[in-house]
Design a protein around this ligand. Sequence first.
Ligand SMILES: Cc1cc2nc3c(=O)[nH]c(=O)nc-3n(C[C@H](O)[C@H](O)[C@H](O)COP(=O)(O)O)c2cc1C
Length: 288
Amino acid sequence: MISCAGLLHGSRKTSAMLRTLEGEGPVVLQLFAGDERTLLEGALIAVPSSEFDAVGINMACPMPKVLKKGAGSRLLERPEVARTMVRALTAAGLPVWVKTRKMPLNSPMDTLAFTEMLLEAGASHVCIHGRSPGQRYGGDSDRSVILSAARAFPGMVAASGDVYTPDDVSDLLDGGCSAVFVARGAFRDPFIVPAALHRCGFPVETSLLCADPGRRIGELVLLGDALAAEEGERIALLLLKRFLSGIFRGLRGASRFRQAIAVVPGWVEMRETLEEWKANAGRGEQHD
Ligand SMILES: Cc1cc2nc3c(=O)[nH]c(=O)nc-3n(C[C@H](O)[C@H](O)[C@H](O)COP(=O)(O)O)c2cc1C
């Protein structure tokens, strides 16, 4: 999710977020802006910078700093602006994807009508998060509203919200969604994506499906090393810390390590602690 205003102001931090890795793909670049001119000008800077397969507009983010710019889920209150933005972005030459949310109860347009309007304006794909903007990330995501839109516009609607298990993914696909977004489910189970792909019949490397805690931690250490090499140790530490509860969920003796890891100052120390846990796990020495 990249700020078009940031790109237009030449922010180096924003531009750095455009980088993709060799061999990575497909990648959908997601932009946010509050008007069509900023959006298109930002897109014209961003699109040539990497190999993107589609360009998205965020109409879902409920955070005040995004709303204040008239962007994110504020666009659900401004359907005319949303429509103009989709039309304008088609000029960037890539398929346009929109991420949106369930419409609030009191809006003049319901979720189905808003989705239809986006598709008619030229969007190729719409992902609906089944919470209204007022819910932010709390309460339940309304799966029925997403599935109604998916049935009404086959192949054009993806689902987001409360996706925590491989069954959630396959239920949404079976219900007619063309794609499913995994978000906080990846913090709860860092291996949810390979597990869901496997559940849906795709070939997946077996090491990613392995239930052995030592092997799983080994895979996460590899991820941390790759992140440290690409993005620096601070990012590796930050991301792996978010996976902590998912890494150790339900494992005997993990609490001591979780506490130790929560306060490590850097990736090197976190790596050592994870390796120590792995070695103890191998010797069957983990005790609460
Ligand atoms: C750490 C984090 C980062 C996110 N970043 C984005 C983003 O860049 N663009 C976007 O459209 N949604 C983003 N989201 C929202 C998710 O795509 C998703 O719609 C939301 O978390 C609801 O799904 P969940 O209930 O399965 O977590 C993010 C969510 C989380 C937790």
